[in-house]
Design a binder for this molecule. Structure first.
Ligand SMILES: NC(=O)c1ccc[n+]([C@@H]2O[C@H](COP(=O)([O-])OP(=O)(O)OC[C@H]3O[C@@H](n4cnc5c(N)ncnc54)[C@H](OP(=O)(O)O)[C@@H]3O)[C@@H](O)[C@H]2O)c1
Length: 262
């Protein structure tokens, strides 16, 4: 029976992916943050905050000598302007979304190499394109993208696949749980941008896409040997792909300009 470790299985994508792999007969270990969250889950659970080094190291014993798939799904969202966010807030999101994912991967790598397994990292369209007041989240997902490129190259000789799933907005509890950096500081200089964020969050919570397409993409990355490295996924995929395409076109234009100066 193939085995998978999925971080953050109390809700959202992580819970649905754990359920899907469990239904397919996989031996699933899902992390949760409290015993209450584990109640009723049909897969094995481990209490792991990905920012807790000793809990993360304990995963080595949980996964044992062989692991077929790791899904680094646990993550938080945070919004706030550069001018107002605190260093502690910035460190917090980088700790969960970047250091946490890298630490969990480090703990699982001996077992993943033994199984010639797969690592799926949950990035975002925010790992490709920045938006006002999303700097903390953009910073974390851009960092995860770069680290995943390095990991992919490191693990190629070991037969371990690495993938980045890059979702656009999907209706999960993340929009309700979003943390605000800078405490919406009193200067009001960013009031208009905050209005935009609030409007977007309401839309995200009520009207963004059903998560099933993203769950399909994550499970597909686990199961398919020929899955691409980057897997953008959105409602009808168009907005996510358009943002990628705009960025690539911009890079190509700049490359032409640089090359012309040589
Ligand atoms: N939904 C979207 O629109 C969207 C778009 C792009 C990318 N993503 C990414 O997809 C991933 C899953 O998000 P989601 O939308 O499914 O949101 P979610 O429902 O809020 O799920 C996040 C999961 O991570 C867990 N978690 C949070 N902090 C943790 C920590 N320090 N240690 C361990 N687990 C922790 C949460 O546990 P608790 O429930 O106990 O807090 C929860 O189980 C995230 O990496 C997110 O950035 C989501």
């Amino acid at each position: 029976m193939p085995s998978a470790l999925i971080t953050g299985t109390s809700s959202g994508f992580g819970r649905a992916v754990a359920q899907r792999l469990h239904d397919l007969g996989w031996d699933v270990l899902g992390t949760v943050l409290s015993p209450e969250e584990a109640e009723g889950l049909p897969w094995a659970t481990a209490l792991v905050d990905v920012t807790d080094d000793s809990a993360v190291e304990g995963l080595r014993d949980h996964v044992g000598g062989s692991l077929d798939a790791l899904v680094n799904n646990a993550g938080i969202a945070m919004a706030g302007p550069w001018e107002e966010m605190t260093s502690a807030e910035l460190r917090r999101i980088l700790d969960v979304n970047v250091v946490g994912a890298m630490a969990v991967t480090r703990a699982c790598l001996p077992a993943l190499r033994a199984a010639r397994g797969v690592v799926v990292n949950l990035s975002s369209v925010s790992g490709q394109a920045g938006d006002p007041l999303m700097g903390p989240y953009n910073a974390s997902k851009f960092a995860l993208e770069g680290a995943s490129e390095a990991l992919r190259a490191e693990l190629k000789p070991h037969g371990v696949r690495v993938h980045l799933v890059e979702p656009g907005p999907f209706r999960t509890p993340i929009s309700r749980a979003i943390q605000t950096a800078g405490g919406r500081a009193s200067s009001g200089a960013y009031a208009e941008a905050w209005d935009g964020v609030d409007h977007w969050l309401s839309w995200h919570e009520e009207s963004s896409a059903d998560p099933s397409a993203c769950v399909d993409a994550i499970v597909g990355a686990v199961l398919r040997d020929d899955a691409p490295f980057r897997i953008p996924v959105g409602d009808g995929i168009s907005d996510v792909v358009r943002r990628h395409a705009a960025k690539l076109a911009d890079t190509a234009t700049r490359a032409d300009t640089w090359l012309a100066t040589l």
